[in-house]
Write a protein that binds this ligand. Sequence first.
Ligand code: KIV
Length: 273
Amino acid sequence: MSHAASKVQPITVAAIQAKKDAGEPISMVTCYDSAFGRIVEASPIDMVLVGDSLGNVMLGHDSTIPVTIDDMVHHTAAVTRVVRRPFVGTDMPFMTYATKDDALRNAAKLVQKGGAHAVKLEGGEVICPQIEALVANGIPVIGHLGLTPQSVHALSGYKVQAKEKAAQKKLLADAKALQDAGVFCLVLEMIPAALGASVSKSLSIPTIGIGAGAGCDGQVLVLQDLLGFDESFKPKFLKKYADLNKIVGDALVSFNKDVKSKKFPAAEHSFGS
Ligand code: KIV
């Protein structure tokens, strides 16, 4: 079906802002492939993020740092081939937006080849020139403050950020600078709930929290985390809505048993002449 003929009403930047203005919480999940993209498309989720967390979740890295622009284009395209209604943002990976030229060149790949509707950059005031350049070129930008995983080494690990007053003041100033530079929404990761709430109140754009408390305008979780793929991953902010680790594991045990006992394939799975 052509996009024009489709009845699907895609969620836009304006629709996301309208949700904040109306006090309607915004739901966002990560997604990295078409198989899950089809399920997300059929769900009521508002926004999809092709996160560079795909480095950990899909590619077996232990951080997001090894993720390349080609990885992001590849996975973003897989998602945007099937996701039509939710808004699709994608991460600019480590060191792909160090300068304005880098940011423009690499964001163009994500939007043109990957089909992303927006790009997400980690960082505060220092990356405002890159954000302004992207916005001036018609690319919607999502900001990301608090725990910024691309800076894991500088932050000395994955831990709650902005616990002290000075850091809280700085985070709020960064949030306002990002808003002034033109980001249309802001991810807040692993900060105290009270700070998440006060940043959300201070900004006119929506905030999307992950471990940033109930006062944010929306919430995001990594899809595989909320589905319970990794038994050992239990951060305080995560709520698991399914136990796919067990469901998939049990299915594989059953398939293996049927193959070994020659119970599969049965007649109904076999072709006649
Ligand atoms: O990469 C990612 O998945 C993210 C979310 C956790 C917000 O940045």
